[in-house]
Design a protein around this ligand. Structure first.
Ligand SMILES: NC(=O)c1ccc[n+]([C@@H]2O[C@H](COP(=O)([O-])OP(=O)(O)OC[C@H]3O[C@@H](n4cnc5c(N)ncnc54)[C@H](OP(=O)(O)O)[C@@H]3O)[C@@H](O)[C@H]2O)c1
Length: 297
């Protein structure tokens, strides 16, 4: 039986309009964070779920600050939100962080083994900052790899924030998770950009993966998995956990605790990514941690 949802700790949503946040523009992300900090309502669960990919594009797109768009939206904006909102999250009644990653972060598995593998090298591209097409410093852009790299970053970031909080004695439940392949029947959804570029290939891909081989998850069940991670009370300890919706066979998926790729388990890489990202965001790596309040709401 599913555990009961946790009660909402704050009355914030009752009276306020939710802020709109364009993750492709860090000044917009900062305005959104500032709005929430001024509201000063504790956050029970912070869900970092937004993401995009534009596989098939030959040229990179750029965020308002000049970062490659996939990394800007899927990773950098999320670390900015996370660092800025940590003080509110740590004041939640039973705080939890949920980060949506993907199985494609893992070159040894499923979709991650198809096409160019994820791999951020020594993060030379992040060190370079705006104008770098790829995180690993390569000058040759590959949209599919940029997406895989961004999902690897999601896992590394989730692991690192869990480690930092544990070290300073304020442990948090941190879930990174993978929904599996989700191809909606609508015109929208995750593959909308790729569909515009290559409608025939995308239609065929959907037909084979979703309808013939039945390897996909439905959008509603993927949403339910996310809602479960965000609101249910699983018997998990504080710290980092990774859950993945694994394909067992046609029409058979199992959502279970999993082990991320070897690169996603590197503590050294997680620390480097956190520090370099903070630097690019104009934050210190400690920002958000220093102002933590231990008071519960
Ligand atoms: N679909 C899959 O097969 C799959 C597989 C593994 C992991 N994932 C992950 O699941 C998460 C959700 O994806 P989805 O499948 O639900 O795709 P989706 O239907 O395209 O939803 C993506 C969400 O991200 C938001 N978003 C994109 N760019 C944004 C920006 N600049 N600022 C603010 N919000 C932005 C979108 O907002 P708008 O609608 O307003 O653009 C949308 O709400 C992503 O992190 C993705 O990487 C998806």
């Amino acid at each position: 039986m599913a555990p009961p949802p946790r009660p909402c700790a704050s009355a914030w949503a009752a009276n306020s309009k939710p802020p709109i946040c364009d993750l492709a523009d860090l000044s917009n992300v900062e305005r959104c964070a500032e709005f929430l900090l001024v509201e000063d309502a504790p956050i029970d669960t912070l869900v970092l779920n937004a993401g995009l990919q534009y596989s098939g594009a030959a040229e990179p797109l750029w965020s308002a600050q000049g970062f490659e768009l996939t990394i800007a939206v899927n990773h950098l904006a999320h670390q900015a939100l996370l660092q800025r909102l940590l003080p509110l999250l740590l004041r939640g009644s039973a705080p939890r962080l949920v980060v949506t990653a993907s199985q494609v972060h893992d070159p040894s598995n499923g979709g991650g083994a198809v096409g160019p593998p994820a791999g951020v090298g020594d993060l030379a591209g992040l060190r370079q900052g705006p104008g770098a097409p790829m995180l690993d410093g390569s000058g040759i852009f590959n949209a599919e790899k940029a997406y895989k790299d961004s999902k690897l970053c999601n896992l590394l970031m989730a692991r690192e924030v869990g480690r930092r909080l544990r070290e300073q004695g304020t442990p948090l439940q941190v879930f990174a998770w993978s929904p599996g392949l989700v191809i909606p029947r609508s015109k929208g959804g995750f593959f909308r950009y790729s569909r515009r570029r290559n409608p025939v290939a995308q239609t065929l891909f959907a037909l084979v993966a979703r309808d013939l081989l039945r390897l996909t998850e439905t959008p509603s069940r993927a949403g339910a998995l996310l809602a479960g991670l965000a609101t249910a009370s699983p018997p998990e300890a504080t710290g980092f956990h990774y859950w993945s919706n694994r394909v067992l066979g046609p029409g058979r998926l199992r959502f279970e605790a999993s082990t991320p790729s070897a690169e996603a388990c590197s503590g050294t890489l997680a620390r480097q990514l956190w520090s370099l990202s903070a630097q690019q965001l104009g934050l210190t790596p400690e920002q958000g941690f220093a102002q933590l309040s231990h008071a519960s709401c």
